[in-house]
Write a protein that binds this ligand. Sequence first.
Ligand code: GAR
Length: 201
Amino acid sequence: MDCLVAPSLPIVPDRSSNLRLGIMASGSGSNFAAVAEAIATGQLPAKIAVLIYNNPHIKALEYAAQYQIPAVFHDHRGVERGALDRAIVQTMQEYQVNCVVMAGWMRVVTPVLIDAFPDRIINIHPSLLPSFPGIKAIEQALAAKVKISGCTVHLVRPVVDSGPILIQAAVPVLPDDTVETLHARIQIQEHRILPAALKLL
Ligand code: GAR
């Protein structure tokens, strides 16, 4: 199935020639790698200024080293959400980031971060929002026995997974799907639509 692009995007003025990305990742980093690859192959005119990560064992670190992208660790443990976001904003500013990408960032962000980059923070989520927001989206989709699921790139707002949708892609849910098989099918689409959404910016 193909991806769908929102007809009118609530995006602020064109700064695309100078897109400096700050990517936040907590997981395996495959979406980070997809963006890095799109830039390296000339499909996306942008630069990843910094990777911010909160899991010291994240695989994205290997990709960051491969693409020579600076990586900054922000430990969330024992840190109040607002304080964590203040530290993240400071790092983003140090690296002159003008667009923030939550690529598998498994923390709820606060207005401290959101207000520092108005309409310039995007998130990728493994469901067709507004269905199945929040954690365990794939488990939710399987439990609901939907026949179609997918992924969404949207602008970030204070309510989790609620912001204006930029792009979605749909995938079939097969009768014998597990969380792993459905996630793998969704991730193929995520790796397409995340760079595509950034291209729109
Ligand atoms: C992605 O599937 C992304 O949609 C999901 O985490 C995964 C990260 O994968 N994000 C969320 O669930 C956010 N609510 P990656 O580390 O391989 O890019």
